[in-house]
Design a protein around this ligand. Structure first.
Ligand SMILES: NC(=O)c1ccc[n+]([C@@H]2O[C@H](COP(=O)([O-])OP(=O)(O)OC[C@H]3O[C@@H](n4cnc5c(N)ncnc54)[C@H](O)[C@@H]3O)[C@@H](O)[C@H]2O)c1
Length: 296
């Protein structure tokens, strides 16, 4: 057996690559973008909150990274076209990585979930239709044979794996991403070498999962605000950690590093898989329905 070479990436593990990260203005997406940029990746900060997206891109640039912000609602076809076009201009015609991360929950028990809350421009549209349409629009940049790595990561949730009382729409949508991921791996893997994987988070401390603050709202497609966060959330850490194997809530850095691992060359032979972070092993997350204020 020959000695294994020491892995060494002097220009970063993702040098020469370009990534689109949706929902990257803040939280897990913003941290992931910064981590990928630090590994030499050009990052596209796509978010409905254009102002915050621009600030995030500027912060990455000020740290020596390469980034642009593209504002727009990812459930809108024109926004997807604009995102692809501006990415390709930024990257000289190549896209290597898509991270479908934009998302939030709009909780209610099954009998109370309204149609708008279920589909249209909200949960199913954002978590399932938008990732599908973005990947479809990017197909010409993934179905290529230039020998360069290509990878898609769909961000799921342990709600989609185990279910979670009060999150029927979110759980269905997050479970659906697993099927999309595996299908992409089968369609684009054999001929083009594209890898597709799901990363399912259990408990990551972001504004979605902590007590509501001034800025705790998601901008909906129609411009209205949807309150997120919930009292008794992960800022009260001790309440939640009992069945988390590492007995702590994850940080956006924990989340972003896991995503980096999946898109990195270290995972070059991993596709069609799901990684779970901070996951309970079985059953429901036992979260109380939060009256329209989404959890994870
Ligand atoms: N925080 C957790 O514990 C947790 C657990 C499991 C899964 N997740 C998932 O991780 C992802 C990131 O969540 P987060 O906790 O960082 O939340 P966050 O609210 O901090 O970030 C989500 C981002 O998505 C953006 N977004 C929402 N709707 C959009 C749209 N229509 N078009 C474009 N951008 C849009 C928001 O503006 C926001 O910047 C989500 O998909 C979420 O469901 C989070």
């Amino acid at each position: 057996m020959s000695a294994a070479p020491r892995t060494n990436f002097p220009n970063g593990m993702l040098a020469g690559q370009t990534a689109i990260i949706t929902g990257a203005a803040q939280g897990i997406g913003a941290e992931t973008a910064a981590i990928l940029a630090h590994e030499g990746c050009k990052v596209v900060i796509a978010d409905i909150d254009a102002g915050k997206a621009e600030k995030t891109a500027q912060a990455i640039i000020s740290e020596g990274g390469s980034a642009i912000a593209v504002g727009g609602d990812i459930t809108n076809n024109e926004s997807i076209d604009k995102l692809i076009q501006q990415t390709v201009e930024f990257s000289n015609g190549k896209i290597h990585i898509i991270i479908n991360n934009a998302g939030y929950a709009w909780d209610d028990p099954v009998e109370k979930i309204g149609d708008k809350q279920w589909e249209q421009d909200t949960i199913i549209a954002l978590h399932n239709t938008a990732p599908f349409k973005l990947v479809r629009a990017a197909a010409p940049y993934f179905m290529v044979k230039d020998g360069e790595p290509r990878s898609i990561v769909n961000i799921s949730s342990t709600s989609g794996i185990h279910g979670n009382a009060g999150q029927a729409s979110y759980a269905l949508a997050k479970a659906g991403l697993v099927g999309l991921t595996k299908t992409l791996a089968q369609e684009w893997g054999p001929e083009y070498g594209v890898r597709a994987n799901t990363v399912a988070f259990g408990a990551i401390k972001t504004r979605l999962t902590q007590a509501p603050a001034e800025e705790s709202f998601v901008i909906r497609a129609d411009g209205t605000k949807h309150a997120v966060g919930f009292h008794g959330g992960y800022d009260e850490e001790e309440k939640w950690v009992g069945d988390i194997p590492l007995r702590r809530i994850g940080s956006p850095t924990d989340a972003g590093r896991a995503i980096l691992a999946v898109v990195s060359p270290l995972f070059s032979y991993v596709t069609g898989q799901r990684s779970s972070l901070g996951s309970q092993n079985s059953g429901s997350n036992n979260r109380k329905v939060s009256g329209g204020r989404g959890g994870m």
